[in-house]
Design a protein around this ligand. Structure first.
Ligand SMILES: Nc1ncnc2c1ncn2[C@@H]1O[C@H](COP(=O)(O)OP(=O)(O)OP(=O)(O)O)[C@@H](O)[C@H]1O
Length: 293
């Protein structure tokens, strides 16, 4: 498990990362979200040792992370790390060797991974000759080529088409199923909602939410949708009911207490039929807006 504690980074007057603490558990996918400039990249750079923290610690497997530990981490930096003018396979083999793989092992893994991403016939091409999405796929291969114990990926899904997203998701799930903790940043909340076991939301350099997606949903405001047989305007007069919206027979309600659901149901039945009375659980986008506003 990776743990950050009190991690802080200043750039002159700018407090880019402010007392950030969270865990990236084993075998789980942790989504790292936040608006532009929230501090995600700076945090990831401190995890990887590319930037020194102004304060705080990064702990790996219960002790302060070392240079040797970081060699076992797979990293996909925001600025991407590969050389545009070098052949793809050569670079990947080189990186694999830097991370302790044998030349044959690195070549075999790189070829298999490139095949998987549909790039098996491009191995001798220069990186710059690939489309941006395909370059991105190669960058991910570079992050995993050493057989990482932890993956830190800065916006790995940006610019990928849906097929490439699915290949990447499958690949990352293979790592989490082997126990590898994965931390990735993204602005694509639908994807984060689909993928993540665990979520950390950053705003203005601080952690404003941290937990499983289900936890955060439960903490959000759960509304109820009533679809009555006829106009539902009468709900306005019920005690304990705050009407968010009424449109003909459909009403969106904020109830004071769970028991108020029974009252709404009884009243609706007494006035005719009830087509639906259901909880409306907030989406991740709604929770995100709430915690970052
Ligand atoms: N090298 C640097 N020198 C000065 N300020 C920096 C530096 N790197 C980052 N910052 C500032 O730190 C803050 C956090 O930036 P960071 O890149 O970590 O955010 P981010 O959440 O990754 O944003 P984005 O989603 O736009 O990539 C910003 O105000 C940024 O301008």
């Amino acid at each position: 498990m990776l743990e950050l504690d009190g991690l802080t980074r200043r750039f002159g007057e700018t407090l880019a990362v402010d007392d950030v603490g969270f865990e990236v558990p084993r075998g789980a996918m942790t989504g790292f979200v936040g608006g532009n400039g929230a501090g995600k990249t700076t945090t990831m750079r401190m995890i990887m040792g590319v930037l020194q923290p102004s304060a705080g610690t990064v702990t790996w497997k219960g002790r302060e992370v070392t240079v040797a530990d970081r060699r076992t981490f797979g990293y996909m930096p925001e600025e991407r790390g590969l050389y545009p003018k070098q052949p793809i396979l050569d670079q990947l083999v080189y990186l694999g060797r830097l991370q302790g793989r044998s030349p044959e092992g690195a070549r075999r893994s790189a070829t298999e991974l490139l095949d998987r991403f549909g790039l098996g016939d491009r191995t001798a091409d220069k990186l710059e000759s690939l489309s941006l999405g395909n370059q991105q796929r190669v960058q991910v291969v570079a992050a995993v080529i050493g057989g990482p114990e932890l993956l830190v990926l800065d916006e790995p899904f940006s610019g990928l088409d849906p097929v490439a997203v699915d290949s990447m998701v499958d690949l990352l799930r293979e790592y989490t199923s082997q126990g590898v903790p994965v931390l990735f940043s993204s602005h694509q909340l639908d994807l984060v909602e689909r993928l993540c076991d665990h979520l950390v939301v950053l705003a203005g350099g601080r952690v404003v939410a941290n937990g499983t997606v289900d936890d955060l949903r439960r903490r959000g405001r759960v509304l109820h949708r009533l679809v009555a047989g006829t106009d539902a305007g009468w709900v306005r007069s019920l005690p304990g009911v705050h009407v968010v919206d009424v449109d003909g027979p459909t009403a969106l309600l904020d109830l004071d207490r769970p028991e108020v659901t029974d009252l709404v149901l009884r009243e609706a039945m007494a006035r005719g039929s009830v087509r639906e009375l259901a909880e409306v659980v907030p989406t991740l986008s709604e929770i995100y807006r709430e915690v970052t506003s």
